[in-house]
Design a protein around this ligand. Structure first.
Ligand SMILES: Nc1nc2c(ncn2[C@@H]2O[C@H](COP(=O)(O)OP(=O)(O)OP(=O)(O)O)[C@@H](O)[C@H]2O)c(=O)[nH]1
Ligand SMILES: [Mg+2]
Length: 355
């Protein structure tokens, strides 16, 4: 899974990237090249998997996540090709928004105004999509004249609808694609269709004010508030000191982004985790919230999916409480589920399949 961090200059993109990946990329007050970007692949932390691994005395294999940290993007510059490619690759977009005050670090628009930046960036994403749709329409018009093709005509119909939708000012994540349209649109990797996580980078003075803009994940969009600099400082302290300083900053109820980021992202992308316990490893896997046991089996191996018989299923904590699979079977907490069973977050699955 790829998450791309992007946003206007000096908003704290690299600060967040470093925090999530334990990297030490340079963060600077001065302008940097727009073509430079950072990439890191890291384990998705999951305490449930850690506990299972400890119990079964096997090494844990976490889900991997790839973070991309794009260079600064000047306002109105979203047509930059390298930049757009980094956004297109993403499963989810993370928009960093300047919300901290610092006279030495200039904001390209002058005043600090997160609501404006959220709005402007959304417009830029829509503009990029609008240009793609228009280009494709031109091509389709020409092709449809040359040869009769039902497929091309249907695609042209869809492009017209999307153009109208964008023209009315809506992002494509709000468009209700039919399954057929969804397939037609997939290849375009439309930016305003991607799940979007807005993160306002505040400081102790602005945090409360921007909390008003905070929105819980819904329909592929969410807005969260974070304090990059303070969180970085606090993370270096032990827990007791942390609380003291949090109080002092007026941030007693502050939620650490480093801990919450994955949860928020998973909720935004409608993802859940399930676990398998093999002979050599305990492993976490990612699926969509509504996926069934058959789809889950396919993640692990196509042979397991083909020969799927049943899935022995138990919540991770119930498994630990029982002490193991056989004890859980005796207790009756281990269930046998079929192909259509919708897997729940945090379940351990053991697939029975025919070879
Ligand atoms: N006061 C304050 N400064 C911050 C905060 N977050 C980042 N900075 C500073 O802002 C500057 C830019 O931070 P970066 O993380 O490099 O921001 P960026 O968005 O990656 O910058 P570009 O890639 O150059 O666009 C650095 O000097 C940081 O120390 C914050 O929460 N408070
Ligand atoms: Mg940067």
């Amino acid at each position: 899974m790829i998450l791309t961090i992007f946003g206007y200059p000096k908003s704290g993109k690299t600060s967040l990237f470093n925090m999530l990946t334990d990297k030490q990329e340079e963060v600077s007050k001065f302008s940097t090249s727009t073509h430079e970007y950072h990439k890191a692949i890291v384990d998705v932390p999951d305490h449930r998997l850690t506990q299972l691994a400890q119990h079964f005395n096997l090494p844990p294999v976490y889900v991997k996540i790839e973070y991309l940290d794009t260079g600064a993007l000047a306002f109105g510059e979203s047509k930059n090709v390298t930049f757009i490619d980094l956004l297109r690759r993403a499963d989810g977009l993370v928009h960093m928004i300047r919300g901290f005050e610092d006279e030495e670090i200039l904001h390209p628009q002058g005043a600090i105004d997160p609501a404006r930046d959220i709005h402007t960036m959304e417009d830029e994403l829509k503009t990029v999509d609008f240009i793609s749709v228009e280009k494709r329409m031109e091509r389709l018009f020409a092709d449809v004249k040359k040869m009769k093709s039902k497929e091309l005509e249907e695609e042209l119909e869809l492009m017209k609808k999307l153009k109208d939708f964008l023209e009315q000012g809506n992002p494509l994540r709000e468009y209700s694609f039919t399954p057929a349209e969804e397939l037609q649109a997939r290849g375009f990797k439309f930016l305003s269709q991607k799940p979007l996580l807005n993160i306002i980078n505040a400081d102790e003075n602005t945090y409360r004010r921007y909390l008003e803009l905070k929105k819980e994940p819904e329909k592929n969009i969410t807005t969260q508030v974070f304090c990059a600099k303070i969180e970085q400082e606090l993370l270096e302290l032990d827990e007791e000191d942390r609380l003291v300083f949090q109080e002092e900053y007026g941030l007693a109820d502050y939620h650490y982004m480093r801990e919450n980021f994955i949860n928020v992202s998973y909720r935004l992308l409608n993802l859940i985790s399930f676990f398998t316990i093999g002979d050599n490893e305990v492993r976490a896997w990612t699926i969509k919230e509504s996926d069934n046991a058959y789809t889950a089996a396919g993640k692990v191996h196509t042979d397991i999916q083909k020969g799927f018989i049943r899935s022995e299923t138990i919540n991770w904590q119930a498994l630990l409480e029982a002490g193991g699979f056989s004890q859980a079977k005796e207790k009756g907490t281990l269930r046998l589920e079929g192909k259509d069973y919708v897997v729940k977050d945090g379940e351990v699955l053991y697939f029975r399949f025919s070879k």
